[in-house]
Design a protein around this ligand. Structure first.
Ligand code: ZN
Length: 286
């Protein structure tokens, strides 16, 4: 099943046709996508009964972030061996976790404003949490996941690394720095949910091309390790890391420029598109 945010309203879709959840359920379920995650088990049982042949044709431009107001957004750095190497670091023995603040979350097809000339791309598989999850084992982890979506961990590299300790969370949280979508796909719909092709291109040129079975900490391992420390909440996002090929590690570096079209995909889920524009620089000295 695919679940999407259509102009602020929850829909079930096959990618072509869709039905509004609130209408089709006669109000049993809310219109707001955020509220659906809080009753995800009940919702998915009902969604099995939905007939999409009677649905309306999806207008892609109306899709926005599948989980628009997550309470927590986690991200894991250096989670592919090749990417750790290109960053000049060994494979981590513990997940390197930071946050992207929730105000950075946007939808699948957006204009990405570049506050500096050192903004980089990171194609990522993103987990959407479907249950309150505290101290979940790896073997139970998939049952706590509502679905998977495509994300970009857009990163301002100077802000990320400046200061006495790196500031990943700030450098990766400018407005629009967490595009997600186009929908979430439930894990049962993916035949090989642990091994999905992932990548991105700039103006049609492929920059990253990897597979999620190369993750150092797998999706279940991340859910288990995070939830050992704090509860994961319905609708929370987890950015799971990026494969090699990021712009900052290239010689010479490649950063996003005005007019660039950044396309990001995950096999079995879909593609999101960021159109880059030179934005207002943030105030000097900050
Ligand atoms: Zn990342």
């Amino acid at each position: 099943m695919k679940f999407a945010n259509y102009d602020g309203r929850a829909v079930v879709t096959d990618g072509t046709r869709a039905v509004h959840v609130a209408d089709a359920s006669n109000g049993k379920f809310a219109d707001e996508p955020d509220r659906i995650y809080t009753v995800w088990d009940e919702f998915t049982a009902w969604a099995q009964t939905v007939e999409l042949t009677d649905g309306f044709l999806l207008d892609r431009s109306k899709l926005s972030a599948p989980s628009p107001q997550p309470r927590q957004v986690f991200a894991v750095g250096l989670n592919y061996a090749e990417h750790a190497r290109e960053s000049g670091l060994d494979n981590p023995t513990e997940p390197a976790v930071f946050t992207k603040f929730p105000s950075s979350v946007t939808g699948p097809d957006t204009v990405l404003e570049l506050p500096t000339e050192t903004v980089d791309y990171e194609a990522e598989l993103v987990v959407v949490v479907g249950r309150y999850s505290h101290r979940v084992s790896e073997s139970q982890a998939w049952d706590h996941i509502a679905g998977l979506t495509v994300g970009q961990d857009i990163s301002e590299r100077i802000r990320q690394l400046i200061g006495p300790a790196p500031q990943f969370s700030l450098g990766k949280s400018f407005p629009g720095f967490a595009p997600t979508g186009p929908w979430i796909v439930t894990p049962d719909e993916l035949e090989h949910r642990d091994d999905l092709g992932i990548g991105c291109s700039i103006n049609g040129q492929v920059m990253q091309d990897g597979r999620t079975d190369d993750l150092i900490f797998s999706v279940p391992a991340i859910v288990s390790r995070l939830s050992a420390i704090l509860p994961l909440l319905p609708g929370d996002l987890i950015f799971t890391g990026t494969p090699s090929g990021v712009g900052g590690a290239r010689k010479p570096p490649v950063f996003l420029r005005d007019g660039d079209i950044l396309e990001t995909w995950v096999e079995g889920i879909g593609t999101i598109t960021s159109t880059c524009r030179t934005g207002t620089p943030y105030p000097a000295g900050h």
